[in-house]
Design a protein around this ligand. Structure first.
Ligand code: IPE
Ligand code: IPE
Ligand code: MG
Length: 250
């Protein structure tokens, strides 16, 4: 059994490192309940997993990481939990800002940010501004995010220009972050086999990795396992395996 550093080394040696990894950080509530704690304790502990994941991506030279922080549908949770998540977001941003600077990470929020409480909007503005000239990894935080809404928003923005028909490129250009490539890998913790309205356009050909581990238990070693698993995949994009391997079989 390799340790985390060994796994990291092997991944780097393989060399097939994704440019963009997206993560559905799920299972905080179940993690807390399992230990007889309130759900919110799972969110507190989940921050450590987010920090580990950011560090792992930086170590591997991954250019883009998108974390699903809060979905549009999550507004329907009990008010106490929503308020707690919003204050945790603000607190975490200010706690982590120096370490994000040290890691040369640029923060870029995606989602309906205008729907957030003022304190959350301000903290996001602050971290975006502080990190805007960082040149390392781009950390996209999906907050009040809905994949369907992102597509509808894109189409409406195109219609406003007077266009009568739209192309894939038109839509792509109007997504929240046009400059980011599609994720090659989507990780979901907590075992659910669903996409929960996340990056619907961008994940058309993304490799999926689902682990039963709850998000607060998902640490560097687990992230390395996910990347190592990705490296074993054959991405065919509709072609045959023989074509991908360059074999001449008719
Ligand atoms: C994910 O964990 C965090 C958010 C959705 C904000 P959950 O809170 O959904 O945890 P489970 O799925 O209930 O265990
Ligand atoms: C998805 O998790 C959203 C985030 C991780 C932020 P949910 O827990 O909200 O997903 P569903 O509702 O179980 O699909
Ligand atoms: Mg959940």
């Amino acid at each position: 059994m390799q340790n985390t550093t060994g796994k990291l080394k092997a991944i780097l040696e393989n060399g097939n490192i994704p440019d963009h990894v997206a993560v559905i950080m799920d299972g905080n509530g179940r993690w807390a309940r399992k230990q007889g704690l309130n759900r919110v304790n799972g969110h507190f502990e989940g921050v450590n997993s987010a920090r580990d994941t950011i560090e792992s991506c930086v170590d591997l030279g991954i250019r883009y990481l998108t974390l699903y922080v809060f979905s549009k549908e999550n507004w329907n949770r009990p008010e106490f939990e929503v308020n707690m998540l919003m204050s945790l977001l603000v607190e975490t941003i200010y706690k982590e800002i120096d370490s994000l600077m040290e890691k040369n990470v640029r923060v870029y929020p995606i989602g309906e940010i205008q729907d957030l409480p003022d304190s959350a909007k301000k903290s996001l503005n602050d971290v975006v501004e502080r990190t805007s000239s960082n040149t390392g990894m781009t950390l996209m935080l999906a907050i009040s995010y809905s994949g369907r809404e992102e597509i509808v928003r894109a189409v409406n923005r195109i219609l406003r220009t007077g266009k009568k028909t739209v192309t894939e490129d038109d839509i792509r250009e109007q997504l929240y972050n046009y400059s980011a490539p599609d994720p090659e890998l989507l990780i979901r913790t907590g075992g659910e086999m669903r996409i929960s309205n996340f990056l619907l356009w961008q994940c058309a050909y993304t490799e999926l990795y689902v682990t039963e581990k709850f998000w607060p238990d998902f640490r560097k070693d687990d992230f390395m396992d996910a990347i190592a698993d990705f490296q074993k995949r054959e991405r065919r994009f509709g072609k045959t395996s023989e074509q991908i391997k360059g074999e001449n079989i008719v």
